[in-house]
Design a protein around this ligand. Structure first.
Ligand SMILES: Nc1ncnc2c1ncn2[C@@H]1O[C@H](COP(=O)(O)OP(=O)(O)OP(=O)(O)O)[C@@H](O)[C@H]1O
Ligand SMILES: Cc1cn([C@H]2C[C@H](O)[C@@H](COP(=O)(O)O)O2)c(=O)[nH]c1=O
Length: 222
């Protein structure tokens, strides 16, 4: 008897800059590996040589809002075709630090770029390329770290030299947070909201509880 291969699982982490995703992304990858799963850990913009080049442009070069939206979707298309779809087809767990919800939050709510035009680009970029032509690739689960913009700003102040997004004022991040809330309201079954205004351990307990509730993992520690 041959055992059925596990199904691919696509999990994304989202939140404003400084929300505290990083260490939990690594810990979740580790928890899946301990459970015997192969994990592809990746990020957006990025995840392929081409998309990493586009990331550098996005983070450091000034551009108009449509150009910015096209750059993130171009990077995403390459990432999806080269990395995400093949890994899911192999039955792996794909964990990505950001995906399309970031585009709606940052380019849509943050920059004020038209939400409906983003929906058109989303469908174009996330259809085909290894997928059934009638399907649009979306995460199976999006773990959204919700943190007030003021708290994220305090955390980031001490942390690093800001890029083009991190240098934005608090009001920009408050708008980005509203964008995430809007995406969450549009897909409540896909989103898990994490209250990120807690200690790392308390935040991890929330993350692992989400995975346990879906039956995808047993317990774990950071
Ligand atoms: N629960 C927490 N309490 C206090 N500080 C935290 C917590 N989690 C992370 N931090 C700190 O906040 C800063 C931002 O965290 P981190 O880099 O993980 O955020 P992020 O969501 O990955 O941000 P970005 O998307 O901008 O990379 C870091 O200095 C980190 O050490
Ligand atoms: C995917 C995506 C990202 N961004 C922004 C959000 C962040 O400020 C940076 C990525 O940096 P991180 O520290 O690795 O999170 O890019 C965006 O504006 N639009 C997007 O679609």
């Amino acid at each position: 008897m041959t055992l059925a291969a596990p199904s691919g699982l696509f999990i994304t982490f989202e939140g404003i800059d400084g929300a505290g995703k990083s260490s939990h992304i690594d810990a979740l990858a580790q928890a899946f590996r301990q459970a015997g799963r192969t994990v592809t850990l990746t990020r957006e913009p990025g995840g392929t040589p081409l998309a990493e080049k586009l990331r550098q442009l996005l983070l450091h070069d000034a551009m108009d809002p449509l150009t910015e939206a096209l750059v993130v979707f171009a990077a995403r298309r390459d990432h999806l075709v080269q990395v995400i779809e093949p890994a899911l087809a192999r039955g792996e767990v794909v964990i990505s630090d950001r995906f399309t919800d970031a585009t709606f939050a940052y380019q849509g709510a943050g920059r004020g770029f038209d939400w409906q035009k983003l929906q058109v680009l989303e469908r174009m970029a996330q259809t085909g390329g290894g997928l059934d032509a009638s399907l649009m690739r979306e995460p199976d689960l999006t773990i959204w770290f919700d943190l007030p913009a003021a708290v994220a700003a305090e955390r980031l102040a001490a942390a690093r030299v800001p890029d083009r997004f991190e240098a934005q004022p608090q009001a920009f991040f408050a708008a980005v947070a509203d964008g995430y809330a809007r995406r969450c309201a549009q897909a409540p079954g896909r989103f898990a909201r994490i209250d990120a205004h807690h200690s790392r351990e308390a935040v991890w307990q929330q993350v692992i509880a989400v995975l346990q509730a879906r039956g995808w993992l047993a317990g774990g520690a950071v």
